[in-house]
Structures are given as C-alpha cells and as structure tokens.
Design a protein around this ligand. Structure first.
Ligand SMILES: [Zn+2]
Length: 350
C-alpha cells in the first residue's frame, strides 16, 4: 500500500477518479441569503416555524436575485469538482415561479460543466388548495418530484394523503421522488417507514429517495433492522446532509446513544445506498453550511465512525448518481446486482 498523508487526499482523489462529486440535495434558491434578519430567524425559530418565516425573503426576491443564488451555488459545486447536483426549488405562493425560471436559466448557462436536476420543494404542503395548484404547476417544470409530508401532517393530520398525491403524480409523470423525512431526531417519528409503505403501495420501488432519516438512530436496534429490511424491499435510497442536522437541540428524551446523523454505518452494510447532499447553504435554515462537499462527507463518516473507504467514495459519487436517476438503481447487496455494482461503482483505492 502506498503511504498517504490524509484521508482527505485519499478519498478526494478516488472521488475524482470515479467521475467527481455529486451533491444530491440542496436548496440553491435560498443559498447565500444570510443577513441580520435571516440569522435572527435561525436563532429564534424552530424548523417548522422557519417554513413560513422565510416567506418575506422569498416574496422580496426577484427572478434576478434567484438567478444569482443558483449561479453562485452551481459555480461553488463546479469549483470543487462536482459533476452532478440536484437542488430543490420553492415553487409556491411566496416564490411563485420566479425561482424555477431562474433555476432553468442558470442550468442552461452551466450545461457544459455540470448536470443539474431540479425538484419542487413543497414547503406549503400539497393539501392547501393554493399550495396544490403550485405543486401541480411545479411538477411539470422539474425533473424530480419533491415532498415534505410533515407539513401536511402538522397542519391537517394528512401526511399519508400528501404522500399519495406526490407518489401518484410522480408515477403518472414517470419521475423520481425525493422526500424529506425523519428530520427531528426523535423516536416518535416513523416517516422513513411510512415512505417505504407508500412506495410499495404505489409500485414505485427504486424510484423513491428519502432525505435525512436522522430519527432512525433514535429508535431501538430491533426497529432499525426491520426498517432497513423494508427499505431494501421498497428500494428506497437515502440522502444524508450532515451539517443540516448536527445542530439538533439537546433534549432530555431517552434514546439509544447516537449522533444526530443519518446512520450510514448501518444503512450501507444493510444494502441501502446513501448519497451526500449539502442541503441549505448559508441561509436561515443552515447558516453554518458553506456548501463544502468534503466537509459534509468527513463529518458524516467521522460522526458515524465509518471507515469503509470504498463505500465513502460511493456516497459522494455512484450512490449520488443513483439517487438522481442518472444510473440505474442497484440493490447493492443482492448477488444478481453485484456485477452491475462493480461496473458502476468499483473503486480499488486501498
Ligand atoms: Zn432539504
């Protein structure tokens, strides 16, 4: 084995050899919007209150403001050697279609340098009639159907119905689905399991990706193992955005000892592909994230004490492409797909 100075040098050179970084989840429309008032929102608001607290910033943003944020985010990804990314875009009563129009222009500008996909964020849910109208309009304009079922569960107790609308729309349009789930690091959340059940019900296996899954690690080991089995059965992949949730507030609830991170040390050995995302960059939701892909990956690996370097490289590359639908989904641990996996993701770095 050759000597190497740092894990960063080892892993990033392998990422480059595998075709470059993939940022599988971001919110570029709200990136670089930090100022005194947005920082105040971060300091004083819970996540659920932030869903609406960013409305003023969104309403005050012109298409040109949005365009600048998309360009800045895309250039930041290109500068790090990213070759593909997916950003959510607010398409709702507060942002109208200004953000998505800007996003499409920005994508065109950088089309020779990076593959950019868009998903529609549903911060206002899909049950409220006005929000639903924007969801339907947005679904036509994006590559991936996005979702936040917690919004409709909290407002109306209709999270299941929201998932039916989202999955039904995606199936009819032949698009993949990315869903924010299990964000609050609490054993009262069962959203990843709910998403798997709905995926099976709608026959959308290998077309659905969960984002975050922080609460999984707050559950018992028996529950977690059953969940991983169900994720494999449903072909549900995961995107981890470590910086976004590492600031989960301390609580006095009893749970198995764990960090507020997507448990890649269990998901990957269980055969569930995990991709990497930056999530929000320098905004009211995640002011500390600067969109640094190595920082995200190293935080995730260190926090989960995960040292399978081939798999870590895949998190940043092949699994990201799978989550974006750029290569075929692969149930990584099944023998029949092992050959495909070799073809797509092999990296003999050690
Ligand atoms: Zn997100």
């Amino acid at each position: 084995m050759d000597e190497f100075m740092t894990l960063r040098a080892l892993i990033t050179s392998a990422v480059k050899a595998q075709g470059g970084w993939v940022n599988a989840h971001a919110h570029a429309d709200r990136a670089f919007t930090l100022n005194e008032s947005t920082l105040e929102i971060y300091r004083t608001h819970s996540l659920e209150r932030k869903w609406d607290a960013v409305d003023t910033m969104k309403r005050n943003s012109s298409e040109e403001n949005y365009y600048r944020r998309f360009c800045q985010t895309i250039e930041l990804m290109i500068s790090q050697g990213a070759t593909a990314m997916c950003s959510f875009v607010d398409i709702d009563p507060a942002s109208g279609d200004r953000a998505i129009r800007a996003a499409l222009r920005a994508r065109e500008r950088y089309q020779d340098q990076i593959t950019v996909l868009y998903a529609n964020q549903t911060l206002k849910g899909v049950i409220n009639p006005e929000a639903r109208e924007w969801f339907d309009r947005g679904a036509e304009m994006v590559d991936v159907i996005g979702a936040l079922p917690k919004r409709d569960e909290r407002d109306y107790g209709r999270g299941d119905e929201a998932l039916d609308i989202v999955l039904g729309t995606a199936k009819a349009m032949g698009k993949m689905v990315h869903v924010h789930v299990d964000q609050f690091n609490h054993a009262r959340e069962y959203e990843t399991e709910q998403l798997c059940d709905k995926t099976l019900e709608h026959g959308m296996q290998h077309r659905v990706v969960a984002i975050h899954g922080i609460s999984i690690a707050a559950h018992s080991k028996q529950y977690r193992l059953r969940l991983y089995e169900k994720m494999r059965e449903a072909g549900v992949m995961m995107i981890a955005c470590p910086m976004a949730w590492i600031d989960t507030p301390r609580s006095e609830f009893i749970a198995p000892s764990h960090n507020a991170l997507t448990p890649i040390d269990e998901l990957l050995p269980s055969g569930v592909p995990v991709a990497l995302g930056t999530d929000n960059i320098c905004d009211a939701m995640v002011p500390f994230c600067e969109g640094d892909l190595w920082r995200e990956l190293s935080l995730l690996a260190a926090g989960c004490r995960y040292t399978d370097f081939d798999q870590i490289v895949r998190i940043a590359t092949a699994y990201g492409k799978m989550a974006l639908g750029l290569i075929d989904p692969i149930a990584v641990n099944t023998p029949e797909n092992a050959a495909n996996e070799e073809q797509y993701a092999h990296s003999a770095i050690l």
